[in-house]
Design a protein around this ligand. Structure first.
Ligand SMILES: [Zn+2]
Length: 68
């Protein structure tokens, strides 16, 4: 992981698929509302190949979204 997330916060993240076998290979995806869980165990998973993507950037959402 190239970024560090605080626990229990929502971020906007961009992530890249590094799986050469996947048609999403080297494509970058934007996740507008990404939850960091405990700040350690989080991942962005490719919907095509099911592998974990590399998180490139993470921007803390301000304000944090209201989630019920
Ligand atoms: Zn993939």
């Amino acid at each position: 992981m190239s970024v560090t997330l605080q626990p229990a916060m929502y971020y906007e993240v961009t992530a890249r698929d590094n799986n050469e076998a996947c048609r999403n290979y080297k494509q970058t995806f934007d996740v507008p509302q990404f939850y960091s869980n405990d700040g350690v165990h989080y991942s962005v998973t490719c919907g095509v190949c099911g592998q974990q993507m590399e998180i490139l950037t993470a921007t803390l959402l301000d304000p944090q979204p209201e989630v019920s």
